[in-house]
Design a protein around this ligand. Structure first.
Ligand code: SF4
Ligand code: SF4
Ligand code: FES
Length: 240
């Protein structure tokens, strides 16, 4: 029979964007072998008498979640210094008495505790004009790209790890590459040309091709395949 977990959760907390951060340590124990970081945060927030290791009452921890099934990307945060989804990170992976440090993603402004403002992802897609004006009918060979790109959660983990992305810069990173690669494959030739120009400026020219983003993508998206396809179409003018 698989056992549960007993961990020390270390949470980097902050009351607001301007407030200084502080570290709160909480001991958490569960018999559930499948418990995740999201389970721990939910249970701690449910307990009005929860104390930290110094005996202080733990006020509700701000964090985002929705699906709890690795489908929406809302719960992305730094877990032991790696961008990950809280609902997909099992406590058992950190050993019976492990220490798990959770922090907000660092590339985005903190709103409170583990909640960050990721609106830059949508703003970048608006800048690139990455949307369809009209419905398109896919050809057989376009389904692969469409399916791969449709799995993107817009979680921001790829931007967190990317050495070339920073909010306010012109490089929009993999979170833009993925939806744009789908559109490049689907759009009629004239519209594809306009998008190709934006792709060159906001993705191709800023990307160092290290593919660190692929290693952290919680959806396991085949970033190199999409990058190769998009570069072929937008830069080398080849069609799928
Ligand atoms: S490409 Fe992966 S890591 Fe980046 S936003 Fe999409 S799902 Fe998240
Ligand atoms: S390949 Fe490297 S530089 Fe390009 S988006 Fe991924 S992490 Fe960033
Ligand atoms: S809550 Fe939706 S991915 Fe974690």
């Amino acid at each position: 029979m698989r056992e549960g977990s007993r961990i020390q959760l270390q949470i980097v907390r902050r009351e607001s964007t301007e407030a200084p951060p502080y570290l709160q340590r909480i001991l958490y124990e569960t018999p559930d072998p499948n418990a995740t970081v999201a389970t721990a945060l939910t249970d701690i927030n449910k307990n009005p008498n929860q104390k930290d290791t110094e005996g202080n009452v733990v006020t509700p921890i701000g964090w985002e979640c929705n699906c709890l099934q690795k489908k929406c990307g809302a719960c992305a945060m730094l877990i032991n210094n790696r961008p990950m989804l809280a609902c997909d990170t099992k406590l058992s992976e950190y050993g019976k008495k492990g220490v798990i440090r959770v922090e907000p993603l660092k590339k985005f402004p903190v709103i409170r505790d583990l909640i960050v403002d990721r609106s830059i992802l949508q703003e970048n897609l608006k800048t690139i004009k990455a949307w369809l004006e009209e419905p398109v009918l896919l050809k057989d060979k376009q389904y692969d790209v469409a399916y791969e790109a449709s799995r993107c959660l817009q979680c921001g983990c790829c931007l967190e790890i990317c050495p070339n992305f920073y909010a306010g810069g012109t490089f929009a990173g993999t979170a833009a590459l993925v939806p744009v690669s789908r559109l490049l494959a689907e759009l009629p030739r004239e519209e594809q040309k306009k998008l190709a120009k934006a792709y060159r400026e906001h993705v191709f020219e800023g990307c160092g091709k290290s593919l660190a983003c692929r290693k952290v993508c919680p959806a396991g998206i085949d970033v190199d395949k999409l990058l190769v396809n998009s570069n072929a179409m937008a830069i080398w003018k080849k069609q799928l």
